[in-house]
Design a protein. Structure first.
Length: 95
């Protein structure tokens, strides 16, 4: 397990974060995590992919890059239409 993932898990246990480490460079979190630049910086997270209808966020603020996908949290939401756009954004984070 990478040091980043270990640190993330430690902060999660302390209830400082509600997210989950998916890969060493990819975390899945809640709206609260994504909206807290201090926590993002503590975890060295510089890119946020926001998939929601009601939370604004696009562009760069304090060296954190935000991308918003306008999708609702519903079983009938077609997310496939956004995959390529999401993959391109995630690719920027990884490179």
């Amino acid at each position: 397990m990478s040091e980043v993932v270990k640190e993330f898990d430690k902060k999660k246990q302390n209830k400082e974060l509600c997210g989950t480490a998916i890969l060493p460079f990819l975390f899945l979190g809640c709206q609260h995590d994504a909206s807290d630049p201090v926590k993002l910086k503590q975890m060295n997270i510089n890119y946020v992919l926001n998939v929601t209808l009601d939370v604004p966020g696009e562009g760069t603020v304090d060296n954190i890059h935000y991308k918003r996908i306008p999708a609702k949290d519903s079983f009938d939401q077609n997310l496939k239409q956004y995959f390529e756009e999401c993959f391109q954004f995630i690719g920027k984070c990884w490179s």
